[in-house]
Design a protein around this ligand. Structure first.
Ligand code: ADE
Length: 425
């Protein structure tokens, strides 16, 4: 049962779901050894004593482990959903009931509720904002200027949020330090590539149960996410077409063995389309018109703007829900287009998001990024900051340790060699 006033400590679907949430959060923790080590240290050192943190993230088992880690470090942490469809209601219930962490998130919440939750996050008067897509930071900067002095900084999880923060920076309106978690190597090499690669196909398969072998799939955008999806879909036997606007990424896709062409050329050829560009209307009216009958269209980018659904709705004669997260749009031509997850990120709408093993590193970056902000409070000018290389490498070392893998280190002779310039052939 939803409890709905900002005065209440939570707004979740049903607290009775907490036992299932607990079981699933603990299962995820088994694959998150790096975050566990950080949590154990935070428990001793309490780096966030007296610090209020508002986190806006997909409310998943992995995010729960991050929230528990922050609380172990002494933070007064509050969590809201970063997407209306991505909340795992059992997880939200468990965080409230068993961990006393206020959560405002219900799977399927409407946009008005989502925006109200952003306001509730700001009502928490955070000192640190953990953002995923930059909605909380953008709202703060536009509507809550009086709170700016309370902010130590923000950490941003995703490419889309980083693009937004960069736009704020170039407009001169980013008023505090922002840690770029996305660009840490231990984040985007793994989360964006292997996480999105697996979880996107997981979402598509759960929603449709279609066989990917033999299908022609268009991957729209060949950033780290696109690379990961293309690689994994090819592994399952799909024929991949890539569309890109960046000539360098386009060459990379060609040399990775994929066909590259424009969306106009690809639209009539494919059985399935997956958007991961971060940009608006990359599939639009003229593309729907020429698609094969029954073509499946979905998005795994952060916002639901990549597919021009409005134009599809306008031309549809009928829209039918054919399975959970699966809607068939009938067109006047007699053909239909199938849209998954209302154009929202399919890996979190129809599946459970990235597996815990990659989120372990992403959220280790979040936890240590927040600690870095606190340790450097007052010393950082407003702007974007990379996660320091030592932190990135330490996360990789801890991950390898958790996987039971040893690696070599340089010998004295090798150290001397790579630091010299006067020894040639
Ligand atoms: N983004 C993608 N997958 C996620 C997950 N499992 N938890 C939180 N954020 C995510």
């Amino acid at each position: 049962m939803a409890a709905i006033t900002p005065k209440l400590k939570h707004e979740v679907k049903d607290l009775a779901l907490a036992p299932l949430g607990m079981q699933r959060i603990e299962w995820a923790a088994r694959e998150m050894p790096v975050l566990k080590q950080i949590r154990d240290r935070f428990e001793q050192e309490k780096p966030f004593a007296g610090i209020r943190i508002a986190a806006c993230s997909h409310v998943t088992t992995e995010t729960a482990n991050l929230a528990i880690t922050l609380k172990a470090g002494g933070a007064d942490a509050l969590l809201i959903a970063s997407n209306p469809l991505s909340t795992q209601d059992d997880v939200a219930a468990c965080l409230v009931k068993d961990h006393n962490i206020p959560v405002f998130a219900i799977k399927g919440e409407d946009n008005e509720t989502y925006n109200r939750h952003v306001q509730i996050a700001l009502d928490h008067h955070p000192n640190i904002i953990i953002d995923d897509g930059s909605d909380v930071v953008a709202t703060l900067v536009q509507e809550r200027k009086k709170q700016l002095f309370e902010i130590i900084g923000t950490t941003e999880e995703t490419t889309t949020g980083i693009v937004r923060l960069r736009a704020m920076l170039s407009d001169g309106v980013l008023p505090f330090p922002a840690m770029n978690v996305n660009d840490a190597d231990t984040k985007h090499f793994f989360d964006n590539r292997y996480g999105t690669g697996q979880s996107t196909l997981d979402g598509i398969i759960r929603a449709t149960n279609v066989l990917l072998a033999g299908k022609t799939i268009v991957i729209v955008g060949y950033g780290w996410c696109g690379r990961g999806i293309a690689m994994r879909a090819q592994g399952l036997g799909a024929n991949i077409i890539v569309t890109e606007i960046d000539p360098i990424k386009a060459i990379e896709a060609v040399m990775d063995s994929f066909r590259v062409m424009t969306m106009a050329e690809a639209a009539p050829l494919a059985d399935m389309f997956i958007t991961v560009t971060g940009n608006k209307h990359v599939i639009r009216s003229e593309h729907f018109d020429v698609m094969k009958d029954g073509a499946i269209v979905c998005n795994s980018g952060h916002f639901d703007i990549e597919i021009d659904l409005r134009s599809l709705k306008e031309k549809a004669t009928k829209v039918k829900n054919v399975r959970p997260f699966t809607e068939e749009y009938h067109l006047p031509s007699g053909k239909s287009v199938v849209v998954l997850g209302e154009g929202r990120l399919i890996n979190l709408a129809a599946a459970e998001g990235h597996p815990s093993a990659v989120m372990d590193m992403s959220f280790a970056n979040q936890a240590l990024g927040c600690e870095y902000l606190v340790k450097n409070k007052g010393k950082l000018e407003p702007g974007m900051y990379s996660i320091p290389r030592e932190i990135d490498e330490e996360i990789a070392r801890l991950k390898l340790q958790g996987m039971g893998i040893n690696i070599d280190s340089l010998t004295e002779e090798q150290i001397e060699y790579i630091n010299s310039w006067n020894v040639g052939t």
